[in-house]
Ligand binder design. Structure first.
Ligand SMILES: O=C(O)CCC(=O)C(=O)O
Ligand SMILES: [Fe+2]
Length: 351
């Protein structure tokens, strides 16, 4: 039996990347193909996470071990990132959708089942209800007219560093899964990441102390639909040994001069430890959202006949604390409602 730890911990790049053999790829295709046949006429918007989880248990051992270790021993992944390459998906995934033109109710694809299966090996998958109508998994594709906004539909503009769902600490995901179906046409787009584990070493003691205080206002990201009040939060939480990070390069306001200085230090530190991963078709990236910011470089998207070949990814969240996140979802779904709405007006929203 191959032990994934000994295979992958020899040098930095290998530490983060698992390249599947074609045999392993075929094994996953077979499991996922079986999953599709079980329910070929799926019309319910919830992909069946329970079936995905039991199918994922039959994925190659190296994959199961890698995700399990990412979950249980995050300190071994100082970059906060695990990459798995050479995953199977349909030979022809169809044209790249603009985010809103794909119906929610229809049969799931190989790629969709692959990403949900992988996410179940990390934790419990879920999605925000307030983006793309709660589509599971969500789409990441450039959107015309949103080229320069700080959202994942952007292209020409850099998508700056962020913790996913930073406004919603209780229900922010532990993992962000991204599966590339189609890279951008010029090979320009890279997913950027920066780990707190690396950045911490560059921060001064006064900045660290300030970042632990609730001196920062986080407002809702532009992709959220609905009204959510800004919140006052600390940037760093958790123990000194295992600190966690809550930060966004946009929509995040320091409330004092000292807070502004500390945030600037953090910003500089994160940028100086930034990594860029240019994914190709079949690449999966799992980001530890508690210690690692992520974003994306700028790239060219097209709105003519080349639109069908624009960049195209799938995305799903995962949590290690489903009992907390479940409380932030619509009842009996894996669709997140912003915490403030859950606590305020969930009854009205569901009715
Ligand atoms: O497009 C990417 O590589 C990252 C997208 C992203 O940050 C997101 O969808 O949350
Ligand atoms: Fe993101």
């Amino acid at each position: 039996m191959m032990n994934w730890y000994t295979t992958f911990h020899n040098h930095t790049e290998a530490q983060r990347t698992l390249v599947l053999t074609d045999g392993e790829r075929a094994d996953i295709a077979e499991v996922v193909f079986g999953l599709r046949r079980w329910d070929p006429h799926e019309v319910h918007p919830d992909i069946d996470f329970i079936r995905c989880r039991s199918a994922a248990g039959h994925f190659p051992e190296r994959v199961v071990q890698a995700l399990d270790e990412f979950r249980s021993r995050p300190d071994r992944f100082e970059d906060g990132v695990l990459i798995i390459r050479n995953l199977p998906m349909e030979a022809d995934p169809g044209p790249t959708p603009s985010r809103f033109d794909v119906p929610i109710n229809r049969t799931t694809t190989v790629a969709e089942n692959v990403i949900i299966c992988l996410a179940t090996l990390h934790g419990e998958p879920f999605v925000p209800s307030y983006e793309q109508g709660g589509r599971q998994p969500g789409l990441v594709a450039p959107v015309q007219g949103e080229e320069e906004l700080p959202i994942n539909g952007s292209s020409k503009g850099t998508f700056a560093f962020h913790i996913e769902n930073a406004i919603d600490g209780d229900c922010s995901p532990d993992g962000i899964s991204l599966l590339t179906i189609r890279p951008d046409q010029n090979g320009e787009a890279a997913t950027t990441t920066a780990s707190l584990y690396h950045a911490l070493q560059l921060l001064s003691a006064p900045a660290l102390a300030i970042l632990r205080k609730p001196l920062f206002e986080v407002s809702k990201p532009d992709s959220f639909v609905g009204d959510i009040d800004p919140m006052i939060v600390p940037v760093l939480a958790g123990s000194d040994r295992y600190p966690t990070l809550r930060y966004r390069a946009y929509g995040f306001r320091p409330l004092t001069d000292l807070a502004a200085e500390a945030l600037h230090e953090l910003d500089v530190a994160l940028i100086s430890v930034k990594r860029e991963d240019r994914s190709v078709r079949g690449d999966y990236i799992l980001v530890n959202n508690k210690i690692c910011v992520h974003g994306r470089t700028s790239f060219r998207a097209y709105w003519d006949e080349r639109q069908a070949s624009n960049r195209y990814l799938l995305r799903v969240y995962s949590t290690l604390n489903w009992s907390a996140v479940r409380d932030c979802c619509y009842p009996n779904t894996h669709m997140l409602v912003p915490t403030q709405l859950v606590r305020g007006a969930l009854g009205r929203l569901v009715a």
